[in-house]
Design a protein around this ligand. Structure first.
Ligand SMILES: NCc1[nH]cc(CCC(=O)O)c1CC(=O)O
Length: 310
């Protein structure tokens, strides 16, 4: 591949394309003369759109094809929503850069109501995220949760068609796609603890590609990396697949990190919460210790039931 070119493997969804274009623009701005090309691809996760994600199973549905492209040399880097990146990378690939985080909160989107609290008894809420479902049901067992899949645009059109009273989406995706005005209200982390990595974009590349790694380095955002490291460490220790509602959210103030986590049942009948505080440089240790705390408080029973380890 030419010395002065970088090829980005990306999914074709508008959000994935936005993220790839963002990285392209940043790289071209920082390295005048560098040519950055996009290689848009379909992934298994894009193809199986009519099955609830929790039932599709298998990790990394949205990244595998991109990784093959890098290993085979058709592409140099892949840009991912950190939320969708599996904890382990194939031999020869690694997550070189984590970019500055967008708003990590979940967003309440509705054409009729401003806030979650305004929803009447039995209102229909769209989400396919077990994490969001669990936290909604915990407070409002009366709500009817209906599955909602597809790209951000598809989800909004299903809301507009009247299929739901409200839907929950990541604020970051809406903001990036210039759809911020669709957000009726931001749901505070206390009420809907975000998924690990939500709102952060990561860049994967071949671990031995020093040329590409040097070009990518200026895009790294340290604070976001510590936060995402802590959140992912918690998830990793819990072996969090997509069948279990798990939330993990780290914040940094100076050198201090506060990491909050939860594990629950999809129906919200059991929700286990915990938090740890420590130095941001101990992000991974904090994630591990929070996972241990959650396991000892009963998360183990929930996980065993879901994974059939009894
Ligand atoms: N699971 C799909 C997905 N992956 C990343 C985002 C949003 C943006 C982000 O978290 O960076 C979304 C959509 C959503 O959850 O509403």
């Amino acid at each position: 591949m030419s010395e002065n070119c970088i090829r980005i493997a990306t999914r074709k969804s508008p959000l994935a394309m936005w993220q790839a274009e963002f990285v392209k623009a940043e790289l071209e701005r920082i390295h005048p003369g560098l040519v950055v090309e996009l290689l848009p691809m379909s992934t298994k996760g894009d193809v199986i759109l009519d099955t609830p994600l929790a039932k599709v199973g298998g990790k990394g549905l949205f990244v595998k094809e991109l990784e093959v492209a890098m290993l085979e040399g058709q592409a140099d880097i892949a840009v991912h929503s950190m939320k969708d990146v599996p904890v382990e990378f194939p031999e020869g690939l690694g997550l070189e850069v984590i970019c500055k985080r967008e708003d990590p909160r979940d967003a309440f989107v509705s054409n009729k109501y401003q806030h979650l609290e305004e929803l009447p008894q039995g209102a229909v809420v769209g989400t396919s995220s077990l994490r969001r479902q669990c936290q909604l049901r915990e407070r409002r067992p009366d709500l009817i949760i209906k599955d909602l899949r597809g790209n951000v645009g598809t989800r909004l059109s299903k809301l507009d068609a009247g299929d739901y009273d409200a839907i929950i989406l990541a604020a970051a995706g809406l903001i990036r796609l210039e759809l911020k005005e669709r957000i009726a209200s931001f749901i505070p982390a206390e009420d809907s603890l975000p998924a690990n990595g939500q709102g952060a974009v990561g860049i994967e590349c071949r671990t031995d590609d020093e040329r590409v790694k040097a070009l990518l380095a200026p895009l790294e955002h340290k604070e976001t990396r510590y936060r995402v490291l802590a959140e992912r460490a918690m998830n990793t220790r819990l072996e969090g697949g997509c069948q279990v509602p798990i939330g993990a959210y780290a914040e940094i103030d100076g050198d201090d990190m506060l990491l909050r986590g939860l594990v629950g049942n999809p129906d919200g009948s059991q929700v286990i919460r915990g938090e740890v505080k420590g130095h941001k440089l101990d992000a991974v240790a904090l994630g591990n210790s929070l996972a241990e705390e959650l396991l000892s408080k009963g998360a183990k029973t929930i996980l065993d039931a879901v994974y059939g380890n009894n």
